[in-house]
Design a protein around this ligand. Structure first.
Ligand code: OVM
Length: 417
């Protein structure tokens, strides 16, 4: 890993205010906005389909249609300048850019093909049984405990076991995954206090991550082993296989952990909705989709204009960053009836929690699988999910979830039926 120059990352660019583009003043990364971003997202959508974020000197889109427009035009709105505030064309990234996320076609197509195959529904089938057994065991444990922390005891415990196992990681040292992921997602935002404090806490996690990405540290019969097998077959290089293991470890933990936590919070706060899932677990998959729409885990990321481009009737200059608020698109009342209501019966429609277009989340099928299986295991054993105190948010520049959820899982009287 090359020496990084953190001073340069995410410097606020006062910049000019483009003429004719509505200006929005709030700081999307502030604790206040992150605590409850939805009123701010409404303000954003009401200002217009394309706005100027005063605080950081970038454009932004928050309506469903403009978000989809940006994400489905990768030729005009690229990823190779980074999908954070940092512009890789002019500033130094904090780590070697990802070879699947921070890259455009044709380079992207080659790595994406291998990655997608390994995470395809077909290859995930063989994991289902193990994932179910593990969910049943973890849920039994929290039910037996009665009072628990829904984050530590369930939302974190589950992916740290099943996903890390699936990648092929050794059992020891997995505690490094969370600070590393936190850093990855903070680094998509500005170099604010949150970024600096996270960096200061990182310790040896980067070294541990780089170490376990090596072939010799990955178990056989794992995603990691399959990536190196693709290298043996000449589809990618061996160095690229290691970089793609790094992608799995960067993108695959915090995201699923926060999604499971958000689901627990949604159901604790909406007992009628829990009763629907409990009494009809076949709806679990659809219910997870509603959690992802209602409280999207990934809030925002950027694209960069590759040329002067007209969007929503306004001119964007080449090399400008555009902040894409997927969590806002998923609450757009002009697209979703009753957008602010959590309703597991909602007809599944294409929410953009996983993005869309060529960079749409490559891990979305395993993410859904983990969340669905956890929900079904809860449905089998849990009558009610009670919130015992105020949930504690985890603040991050890109992903939203909980640091702790004081919960009681009330066991069903009659589990077997
Ligand atoms: C990567 C990466 C890291 C974070 C997120 C992500 C959403 C990818 O290292 O490729 O996708």
């Amino acid at each position: 890993m090359s020496q990084v120059s953190f001073e340069e990352i995410g410097k606020q660019k006062p910049g000019h205010t483009p003429r004719g583009v509505p200006v929005v003043a709030f700081d999307p990364y502030s604790d206040e906005v992150m605590s409850n971003p939805y009123p701010y997202y409404q303000e954003l959508r009401e200002a217009g389909p394309l706005v100027w974020m005063q605080r950081y000197g970038t454009y932004a889109v928050g309506s469903y249609s403009s978000v989809v427009r940006v994400l489905t035009d990768h030729a005009s709105f690229c990823s190779s300048a980074g999908v954070g505030l940092t512009n890789f064309h002019t500033e130094t990234p904090w780590r070697k850019p990802s070879i699947i996320l921070e890259v455009d076609p044709p380079d992207h197509s080659r790595t994406r093909k291998v990655f997608s195959r390994i995470l395809s529904p077909r290859s995930l089938n063989k994991l289902r049984e193990r994932f179910e057994q593990e969910a049943e065991a973890i849920v039994s444990r929290v039910v037996a405990k009665g009072v628990c922390d829904g984050v530590k005891d369930l939302a974190e415990a589950y992916p740290l076991k099943v996903f890390a196992d699936a990648v092929g990681l050794p059992p020891d040292g997995r505690e490094h995954l969370l600070p590393y992921g936190d850093m990855v997602f903070n680094a998509f935002g500005p170099q604010n206090d949150r970024f600096r404090e996270c960096l200061a806490r990182l310790g040896p996690s980067i070294e541990w991550i780089n170490e376990v990405c090596q072939r010799k540290n990955l178990r056989e019969d794992s995603f990691g082993a399959e990536l190196y097998a693709a290298a043996d077959a000449g589809e990618i290089t061996h160095e690229e296989a290691g970089m793609l293991v790094r992608t799995m470890l960067s993108a695959g933990l915090d995201t699923t952990i926060f999604t499971i936590g958000n689901a627990l919070a949604c159901f604790a706060r909406n007992p009628d909705q829990w009763a629907i899932v409990r009494d009809n677990p076949a709806i679990a998959r659809q219910a997870i989709e509603e959690v992802l729409r209602y409280d999207s885990t990934f809030h925002s990321f950027y694209r960069t204009a590759t040329r002067p481009v007209t969007l929503e009737g306004m001119q964007i200059e080449k090399n400008q960053k555009i902040l894409v608020f997927v969590a806002s698109a998923n609450r757009d009342t002009s697209h979703w009836a009753g957008a602010d209501t959590f309703d597991v019966h909602r007809k599944p429609a294409a929410n953009v929690a996983f993005g869309t277009g060529i960079h749409g989340c490559a891990g979305q099928m395993i993410a859904r699988l983990e969340a669905e299986i956890v929900l079904k295991a809860l449905a089998a054993q849990v009558e009610r999910i009670e919130l015992l105190g105020a949930p504690e948010l985890h603040f991050n520049n890109t992903v939203r979830g909980y640091a702790s959820l004081p919960l009681r899982f009330v066991a069903k009287q009659d589990k077997g039926d």
